[in-house]
Design a protein around this ligand. Sequence first.
Ligand SMILES: NC(=O)c1ccc[n+]([C@@H]2O[C@H](COP(=O)([O-])OP(=O)(O)OC[C@H]3O[C@@H](n4cnc5c(N)ncnc54)[C@H](O)[C@@H]3O)[C@@H](O)[C@H]2O)c1
Length: 381
Amino acid sequence: MAKKQLNVGLIGYGFMGRTHSNAYRNVNAFFDPEYQPVLKTVCGLVEGEAKAFADNWGYESHCTDWRQVIDDKNIDMVDICVPNNVHSEIALAAAAAGKAILCEKPLALNVAQAEEMAKAVEDAGVANMVSFNYRRVPAVTLAKRLIEEGRLGKIFHYRGQFLQDWTISSNVPQGGMATWRLDVKAAGSGVIGDLLAHSIDTAMWHNGPITKVNALTETFIKERMHAETGKVEPVGIDDACTFFCRFGNGSLGNFESTRYARGHKALFTFEINGENASIAWDLHDLHRLSWFDHNDEGKLRGWRSIHVSDHGGEQPYMENWWVPGLQIGYAESFVHQIADFLEGMAKGELAAPTFRDAVETQKVCDAVLESGKTGQWVDVG
Ligand SMILES: NC(=O)c1ccc[n+]([C@@H]2O[C@H](COP(=O)([O-])OP(=O)(O)OC[C@H]3O[C@@H](n4cnc5c(N)ncnc54)[C@H](O)[C@@H]3O)[C@@H](O)[C@H]2O)c1
C-alpha cells in the first residue's frame, strides 16, 4: 500500500535532533507504519550549522526562525528538540497551526506551562507525544509487561538512579549549546528536569502515580561563567538531588541523580521489589533485564539475566530487528518512539506518553524542586 507522506519540520539540530532524524530515516525500513516521514525542513540558531545538518541528514531545506516552520502549510508535524525554555512557545504555536507535535522532555519549565501546552494540543485535537524514549527500550517495556501481568505481586519498593559526572569542573560554563542545561533560565532546573524526569516517567509508568515527595538538592558549584554574557554568574540549577516518595499503591520510592558521580556517564538504573519477584535494569547493559522469581524451585532460585532479543512476539519490538541473540541499542528507542507515534496517528489514537501524561511527571518534578528548597514533604499536584 502506498504510504501517506508526513512532512516533518525539526526544530533543533543538536543531540536530540540527530537521534530523531536517525529515527525518521530508519523507521519505515524496520517497521511498517502507514506514514512515511519526509524530512522537509530543519531549524536551528546558526545558519551554517543548520545547512550542514540538512545536507548530512537529507532535509530539503533549513532555516533559523522556528516561526517559518509553523507558518509553512506543507509541514504536517513539528518536532521540538530545543532547550526546555523554548518548548512551550513552539508547541502552542504548532498546536494552533494544527500540526502533530513530538516534544522533547521535560515537557515544560513548570506545571503551569505544561498544563497550558496539554490544553492547547487537546483543544486543537492534534497528535502529541513527549519524548520519554527510555520507555521504548525493549527491556524497559518488558518490565512494564511483567508488572501488568501481576508477576511481581504487591510492589513494595521502586529504586531509581541517573548518575553522570560531566559538570564536576568549575570551568564548564552555563549557557550555550548543550551547556544551556546549567542555566536555570533555559533549563528550568538541573538534574531534576534533565535526568530525574526520565526516572520519574518510567517509575510512574511502571508503578503508578507518586503522591508525595521529600527531597534534598545541592548546587556544588555556586558560580559559573555564562557562555552568552562572558560574566561569572550565580548558578540556579540543582547539581544533585535525592528524593524519597510514596506511590499511590502504597510502595516506597527512592531516587538519586547527580552530575557529580565521578566515573558515571549515564548510569540510569531502576530496581523494583515485589512480593513474588524483583526486576532490575541498567542503561549500560540496556538489552538485559535482571529478574528474580521467588516461585522458582529453591535449588535453582537466583537472579537471571534475560537477554531481551528473542522473537515469537514475547519480547517487545525485537521481531522487527535482527535474529534472536543480537541486540539493539540506544538509537533504536527513538525508532520505536516514532513507529508508535505514527501507528497512533494512523489509528487516530494518541501514543503515550502524551502531553497530558507528561504534565503528571512535571507535577512530580515541581514537587521535588519545592521540597528541595523547603526541606518539607510536598504533596504532588
Ligand atoms: N530524550 C532524551 O533522552 C533527551 C536527551 C537529551 C536531551 N533531551 C532534551 O532535548 C532537548 C534538546 O536537547 P539537546 O541535547 O538536543 O540540546 P542541544 O544543545 O544539543 O541542541 C539544541 C538545539 O536547539 C537549537 N535552538 C536553541 N534555541 C533555539 C531557538 N530559539 N530556535 C530554534 N532553535 C533553537 C540550537 O540551535 C540547537 O540546534 C531538551 O529539551 C533536552 O532536555 C532529551
